[in-house]
Design a protein around this ligand. Structure first.
Ligand code: DQA
Length: 137
């Protein structure tokens, strides 16, 4: 089974960025642990701060992978383009967020991904990614 985690802007700073919201662990450390825990899954990871690069990656994997776990970060709330890309592809997308976006500012309550996602997992810290992975198993 081929699954990819795609992370959007500023998620490269996990571990340093607002630890009270996003925790202390770097994504690389978390991802290494996840790969070890689920050796039967071919798991890959892509992060970009650039909207078009995220769309390119979604298109590239969106007809051949078994699943996409997408945290589009701030673009979740602004990007019609990423929402359209999720709608355009055949691979199911699980939208994830580390924080509970609904307990935060109202601009974080809107998502252009959710209407086209297979499911949504929000607010469980980095565990949100693992729960999304388990949903594909
Ligand atoms: C986030 C929530 C977004 O509102 C925010 O812009 C992020 C991270 C999360 O995982 O909690 O960068 O997607």
């Amino acid at each position: 089974m081929k699954i990819i985690i795609i992370n959007g802007p500023n998620l490269n700073l996990l571990g340093k960025r607002e630890p009270e919201v996003y925790g202390n662990m770097t994504f690389d450390t978390f991802f290494d642990e996840l790969k070890k825990k689920y050796p039967s899954i071919t798991l890959s990871y892509f992060q970009s701060n650039i909207e078009g690069e995220l769309i390119d990656k979604i298109q590239e994997v969106g007809f051949s992978y078994d699943g996409i776990i997408l945290n589009a970060a701030a673009y979740t709330h602004t990007s019609v383009g990423i929402g359209d890309a999720v709608k355009a592809i055949a691979t199911p997308v699980i939208e994830v967020h580390i924080s509970n976006t609904f307990s935060r500012e109202t601009f974080r309550h809107q998502s252009f991904i959710s209407p086209n996602a297979k499911g949504i997992i929000i607010g469980f810290g980095l565990k949100s990614y693992e729960l999304a992975l388990q949903s594909f198993l």
